[in-house]
Design a protein around this ligand. Structure first.
Ligand code: F6P
Length: 405
């Protein structure tokens, strides 16, 4: 019987460990798999042979549930770009896979991580090796093509929209006009910022303005709108993506930012930029709030739909690999909205690796709002509170035994 190895890569989400639990559970159930290994810190750890045995940490149904409800990445992560082939790294990985009897590789990640799946599956095919590589999508950014949405997005969307509704309540207590600028993650795709629109479902009417990376940001038009609100409203909430750009495509927050292995700038500061713009030009009360990593680590406020889909897509990945698939990414296809139904499938990895799906132009209104279609698309994804932990007690997260084997 062949063994499997699983890695996690890219930015964390509150649902990525549910996919890990899904892969492990289906592998155990299948009866067709020997050892179940985990690579610490993704492909980087794999190359360094930092490999653990997952059977020693995940033993019972309770352990699966705890893992599925634990945010961040139990195996750790990396942002490692595979070198262009041919390169000795590929031969080294093949040697490691042979040493550990690996027949299946599952990589849970976003666009960049799918590049690793693409490169490795192509290399193994070219070498005539039957080592199957399957990508399991995850990202709060929801920017992977070929899938209706990505696991991890629904929970982050729920946290963002719920928090904006709470901010609207908190900020409307004084009898004076004030502005809150809420900065949301997402470099080039504004899905998560757009999800703030669901706060309006609570009746708060906020956010009044939504700025996405898909539309060039015009400071003068922004100030004009804020000034108009100040004349008639008590409160203005602005949801802004960390990735807003000026008309020349330059990030408005990236000055002096560091860059990762894929050349992505580490962004933060779009909210502060808008805050100082308002302070300088209008002088009214304004506060910027950066959700930062809270939006992807909020295990206490996840979407039941998201967590169950994340778990299931991990299981489906194992089924796909055992049936002979390789060089694919698993997908979610929405069959209907009401009732909400999805099918699980897969697409050739070339169709999604390194590519980004942005918001359709027709779902963006006037450069500062989103359409009803966007809200319709989002609603099922945030549905249900994931039953994570017993009421009244602190979370009981699952920590893996990281003994290297
Ligand atoms: O790729 C997911 C993501 O959370 C992005 O939304 C964000 O821009 C980025 O990761 C932040 O990366 P890091 O945690 O490496 O700073």
């Amino acid at each position: 019987m062949k063994n499997i190895i699983i890695g996690q890569s890219g930015g964390p989400t509150a649902a990525i460990n549910a996919s890990l639990a899904g892969v492990v559970r289906q592998a155990m159930r299948s009866g067709e798999i020997g050892e179940i290994y985990g690579a610490l810190n993704g492909i980087e750890g794999l190359i360094g042979r930092r490999i653990i045995n997952l059977r020693s940490s995940i033993k019972s149904a309770e352990d699966y549930d705890r893992l599925a409800a634990t945010p961040a990445m139990a195996l750790g992560s990396c942002r490692y770009k595979m070198p262009a082939p041919p390169h000795q790294t590929y031969d080294e990985i093949l040697r490691i896979f042979k040493d550990y009897g690996i027949g299946y590789f599952f990589y849970i990640g976003g666009n960049d991580s799918m590049d690793t799946v693409k490169q490795l599956s192509a290399f193994f095919k070219q070498k005539g090796e039957d080592i199957r590589c399957v990508g399991v999508p995850k990202t709060i950014d929801n920017d992977l093509p070929c899938t209706d949405h990505t696991p991890g997005f629904g929970s982050a969307a729920k946290y963002i929209s719920g928090s904006i509704a709470e901010l609207a309540l908190d900020s409307s207590v004084y009898d004076m006009f004030s502005v809150i600028v809420a900065e949301v993650m997402g470099r080039n795709a504004g899905w998560l910022t757009a999800a703030s629109v669901l706060a309006r479902d609570t009746g708060c009417g906020s956010p009044q303005l939504i700025y996405l990376p898909e539309t060039p940001f015009d400071p003068d038009d922004f100030i004009k709108r804020v000034s108009e609100y100040s004349k008639k409203k008590q409160l203005l909430i602005v949801a802004v993506s960390e990735g807003i750009k000026d008309k020349d495509g330059a990030y408005l927050s990236a000055s002096g930012a560091s860059v990762d292995g894929f050349g992505h700038a580490a962004l933060a500061g779009a909210g502060r930029y808008l805050e100082s713009l308002i302070k300088d030009r209008l002088g009214c009360k304004v506060r910027s709030i950066e959700f930062s990593v809270l939006q992807r680590a909020a295990g206490h406020y996840t979407s039941a739909t998201d967590i169950s889909e994340a778990l299931r897509i991990g299981e489906e990945a194992v089924i796909a690999a055992l049936s002979g698939q390789t060089g694919v990414m698993m997908t979610l296809e929405r069959v209907s909205n009401s009732p909400y139904l999805v099918n699980f499938g897969s697409v050739p990895i070339e169709m999604c690796a390194n590519l980004e799906k942005t918001i359709p132009a027709e779902w963006i209104i006037d450069g500062c709002d989103v359409s009803d279609e966007m809200a319709e698309y989002l609603r099922p994804l945030v549905k249900g509170n994931a039953p994570s932990f017993e009421e009244g007690v602190m979370p009981s997260y699952l920590y893996l035994d990281k003994t290297i084997v």
